[in-house]
Design a protein around this ligand. Structure first.
Ligand SMILES: Cc1cc2nc3c(=O)[nH]c(=O)nc-3n(C[C@H](O)[C@H](O)[C@H](O)COP(=O)(O)OP(=O)(O)OC[C@H]3O[C@@H](n4cnc5c(N)ncnc54)[C@H](O)[C@@H]3O)c2cc1C
Length: 377
């Protein structure tokens, strides 16, 4: 029997779940298909930052988009709490990035200043010398020479976020099918638009590809292009400890449960999500160098997970010119951008005009010989 809905979302990670949530809030009948545990799933292995600082250097629309999402995050956390009773533990007290030399400090200042100039001043940041940084974060070690701070940064509990999105989707009658790898999507042109058929069993006039690293093969079938590749990050978890860190930082954060999360690496090692002692050691060393109090900390867990990375690190949001109604949505900051996905991308998928900030994030940029962005990191 054919299952009919308004929109099929393929991929139930943070991107697909957030888009599905936004669609369901608008009253759409949504089917969400997910491959399951055998797939690589960045949404279950990330660092939990809602991070604005430094993002969009050389690509101003990305700075705007990231900022917009961070601003929408309280609305997302509240909506999820209202729908499910799950507190995703959102905190946005501003974030620090620490530096270990004057050169590093100057380079950071230059980048943040460039973004602020591009955003006509609407991008607050502070550069702090060592003493100012210690006054704000007393646990800093002697090797830290300074810091940058922006008030827009925050963090959440990313597993609670994923759970809340799934629970809210169930609450709003999204038809969630897990254990369903999608291999085939076909498009038929009818009077009034396209009709998409997935695996011969699900049909809808709109389909969203949000399958993370599974997107490239699906995109091809719909006249879309999603050149994403894996990029491994290793993450360490230290035992619960007395609270010493009130702010998220780029490499160390104390979670809502009191554990210490240390991260993360960026490695191009293909579809390999193992951990390695060399990388774990260097993550731990950097953590201890920043916060000597961590030297005696017992590590309780470590993992590797694969980011979903485009060639320039910026997202792809595109509707197929060949098969209107088919969309691809993919990015490597699915926590940070979850609110924008629910409240801006979902309405666009449902038929509203495309958010201004994301017009540049079409995959055609990769075939433009004049396109020279600096990488998202
Ligand atoms: C180590 C690490 C640290 C990170 N830290 C942060 C951070 O601090 N802040 C931040 O904003 N982001 C962070 N990220 C990135 C963030 O986790 C990802 O951007 C986000 O999880 C991507 O979500 P996704 O839904 O696109 O992909 P995934 O989580 O990979 O989900 C894709 C889903 O699609 C399904 N799927 C795949 N193929 C198919 C198919 N053919 N058919 C059906 N289903 C399919 C899979 O089952 C999976 O559930 C980090 C990532 C890593 C790895």
């Amino acid at each position: 029997m054919m299952n009919i809905s308004d929109i099929i979302v393929i991929g139930g990670g943070l991107v697909g779940s957030a888009v599905a949530y936004g669609l369901a809030r608008q009253g759409a009948k949504v089917t969400l298909l997910d491959e399951g545990d055998q797939a690589f799933r960045a949404s279950r292995g990330n660092f939990g930052l809602i991070w604005v600082q430094g993002k969009g250097f050389g690509m101003t629309p990305y700075a705007r988009w990231t900022r917009l999402s961070a601003g929408l995050w309280p609305q997302l956390a509240n909506a999820l709490f209202d729908d499910t009773g799950i507190d995703v533990r959102l905190e946005q007290p501003g974030g620090f990035c620490f530096t270990f030399s004057d050169e590093e400090q100057e380079e950071r200042r230059r980048r943040l200043q460039a973004i602020q100039d591009e955003l006509s001043g609407d991008y607050p940041f502070e550069m702090l010398g060592r003493q100012e940084a210690i006054a704000r974060v007393p646990a800093l070690g002697p090797a830290v020479t300074g810091a940058s701070y922006t008030p827009m940064d925050g963090h959440t509990n990313p597993l609670k976020l994923l759970r809340a999105l799934h629970a809210a989707n169930l609450e709003r009658r999204v038809h969630y099918v897990s254990g369903q790898p999608v291999k085939t999507v076909t498009a038929q042109l009818r009077a009034g638009g396209s009709l998409f058929t997935v695996e011969g069993r699900w049909q809808a006039p709109r389909v969203v590809l949000a399958a993370g690293l599974g997107n490239p093969g699906l995109a091809e079938q719909l006249g879309l292009y999603a050149p994403v590749v894996p990029n491994r990050g290793q993450v360490l978890i230290g035992e619960r400890t007395a609270r010493f860190l009130e702010h998220p930082t780029l490499n160390v954060r104390q979670t809502d449960e009191g554990t210490i999360q240390l991260g993360d690496s960026m490695e191009e090692v293909g579809f390999n999500d193992n951990v390695t002692t060399g990388v774990m050691a260097s993550i731990a060393r950097r953590g201890v160098r920043t916060f000597p109090v961590l030297a005696g900390l017992r590590l309780v867990r470590a993992w590797g997970a694969l980011r979903v990375m485009t060639p320039d690190g910026f997202p792809i949001y595109e509707e197929s010119p060949k098969h209107p109604g088919a969309f691809v949505t993919t990015c490597h900051s699915g926590v940070t951008l979850a609110a924008a996905h629910a409240f801006r991308v979902a309405p666009w998928v449902a038929g509203a005009s495309r958010p201004e900030e994301i017009g540049v994030f079409q995959a055609g940029r990769f075939s433009n010989p004049n396109y020279r962005p600096s990488h998202a990191h």
